[in-house]
Structure formats: C-alpha cells, structure tokens
Write a protein of this length. Structure first.
Length: 345
C-alpha cells in the first residue's frame, strides 16, 4: 500500500454479504424507472429550450450564455448515461444500452462502449496503480512512481500540477471526444461499434453544422471553446472529489471487496441540490459498493452503509465539496514535492 496502512483482508468474508442483505431488504436495489423518465424528460426539454433560444437569437455574442446552459445540460446527460452504464435504470442490458448510446454518442459526443469498459475497470480496482485507468491521466501524476518517471517538460508540469489541475479540466471535454473517436476507429472493446460510430458522427456533424450556420465564425469558435471547456470542467470537478487524495493501492494489497471500495472512496456532504449538481456521485462509497443501485436510492442507503462501517471498524470518509477539492489538490502537491525532491529532470 502506497499511502497508508489499510489493514489486512477481513477474515469475515460475509461482511459485504451481510450489508448486501440489509440493502436488498430495504428495497434500495429496486429500480426507479419513473424517476429516471422524469429526469430524462426534463433534460431533453431543457436541451430543446436552449436549442430554440439558440436558433431564434441568431448571430449574437449573447449566445455565450447559451453555451454555458448547454454545457450544464450536456454534463447532466452524461450523468444519465453513467447510470445507464451501471444498469441503474432498467434491469436488463438492452434498454440501458439504448439510453447509454443516446446520451453518450448522440447527445454528448462520448463513446458509451469505450467509457463503460474503462469505467468498469475503475470500479473493479479503484485507486489501484497498474489496474485503475483513472489513475493514469497524462500529464498528471497521482503516485510517486508516476512522477519519478517523468523528465523534461513533463517533470516541470508535475511540479506545478496542483495549480494547473482545474485549468487542465477545461480540456477534459476534448480529451473525452478524442478518446471516443480513437476507440471507435481502433480495436478497442466496443460492443455496438457501427451504431456508435454512426451516432457519434451524427453528433459531431450536427453540432458543428448548427453552430457555424447560426453564428459568425468568431462567435462560433468562442461558443465551442466556452461550451466544451465548461462541459469538461463541470465533469472533471464532479469526478475529482471521488477518489483523488484517498489511499492508493497496489496489486499486493489484500483487501476484501468491502474495504477496497470504501477505503478508496470519498463522499461529499450536502443537500439534495448537491445530489443533482453532482449527479449522485457525491455518494461515491455507496455507489462503489452497489454500482447498480439507482441514483435516487443512494441518499437513502447512506445512513445504513455508514452505520454498518462504524460497527465493523471500517473508515468511512465524508467531507464538504470544497474540502474534497482541497484534499485532492493537497495530494497532487505532495506528489509534486516528492518529484521535486529527487531524481533529475
């Protein structure tokens, strides 16, 4: 273990089974399709309203406000696609996949199949170096080993990565789009490749055509920069509190499923408004323990999971949104200081 002593594997392999029985008995794994139908309808109505305003307003610099609104709606649709990827909406795979490719490929321009494969690997090995793809995010370094391997400009970036982290998130939207295209034209594991290619191409062509037809070229360029920059910043700021700065694991760490998921995750404290803003990801511990649990049930599951962890001596980490960001940045600074203190550039 690279960050702290998390303890050995529990001899009581039934602990997670006990918790699972409690959660299931409370009905917290039951699907909530009605709630998701309302959420989806509201998002589509919002997107239609923004699109109508965009077309009627025409070539105006006031369109930068619609760029902001569209970024928020696209991020919310990405959260809905996330839930579909975990089969939170329907029990069977097919209808979830339909919602996923519509929210991902068609509406947000992100390959659903590529993202699901990547995200499932993250859930299987959270914060585990060499296994979790979310701890390999160039040019950032999340572990001393990653930082020590960099030379030249990359090493210089690592020294200042905490200060550059949030500005770098402005490129996250572009990063997701490029990786999606790369996965679909390459040999990555994508189940419905032809459908995904067609829908992603339709998204890119439609997005660029509408923007450049309605706006002047300078306005269109600024609109895209604002829209995609804020889209990436929103998503990245929502994902960052979940695991960054929590203990890192290695393949040698022998933790049971309960501890592997809880000890590497961080919850963000807040009300129902924050639940909406963060797409339910603020209940990261509950989500990692029960990935298929519908988003509306995560808040209800939290007291049960927190009490269970307290009874079994498992550290349950919860903080505010600002403090979660501060802890993540502190971790990046700590890695930077390790890199600055040794090795040559």
């Amino acid at each position: 273990m690279s960050d702290t002593n998390l303890g050995a594997r529990s001899d009581r392999g039934s602990e997670y089974a006990d918790l699972s029985r409690l959660v299931r008995a409370a009905g917290l794994l039951d699907r909530r399709p009605g709630r998701y139908a309302v959420r989806g309808a509201l998002l589509l109505a919002g997107l239609a309203a923004v699109g109508t305003v965009f077309v009627r307003l025409g070539p105006s610099w006031w369109q930068m406000a619609t760029a902001v609104a569209a970024a928020v709606l696209l991020a919310q649709l990405a959260f809905l696609g996330h839930d579909a990827g975990h089969r939170q909406i329907f029990r069977s795979r097919r209808p979830n996949d339909v919602v996923g490719v519509l929210c991902g490929n068609l509406l947000t321009g992100i390959s659903y199949g590529w993202w699901v494969d990547k995200h499932n690997r993250h859930h299987a090995h959270p914060n585990t170096e060499g296994h979790d793809p979310d701890v390999v995010v160039p040019p950032l370094s999340f572990t001393p080993g990653q930082a020590a391997a960099h030379r030249g400009p990359r090493a210089l970036f690592v020294r200042h990565q905490a200060a550059l982290f949030f500005p770098l998130l402005l490129l996250e939207g572009l990063h997701l789009h490029l990786n999606s295209v790369r996965a679909l034209v390459g040999r990555g594991r994508v189940r419905h490749r032809p459908v995904e290619i067609a829908l992603l191409a339709l998204h890119l062509a439609g997005y660029l055509t509408v923007v450049f037809l309605v706006l002047s070229i300078p306005q269109a360029i600024v609109f895209i920069l604002i829209n995609q920059g804020l889209f990436g910043l929103y998503l990245g700021s929502s994902f960052a509190p979940n695991h960054k700065g929590m203990p890192s694991l290695t393949a040698a760490d022998n933790l049971d499923y309960l501890r592997r998921q809880v000890l590497t995750s961080r919850n963000v404290r807040g009300g129902q408004c924050l639940d909406v803003v963060l797409g339910g990801l603020n209940y990261q511990i509950e989500h990692h323990l029960f990935p298929s649990m519908p988003r509306p049930n995560l808040r209800l599951a939290q007291p049960l999971v927190r009490d269970f962890c307290a009874e079994h001596g498992v550290s349950y980490h919860e903080t505010t949104l600002l403090e979660s960001w501060a802890q993540g940045l502190a971790h990046l600074r700590a890695v930077s200081s390790i890199r600055s203190g040794g090795g040559r550039d």
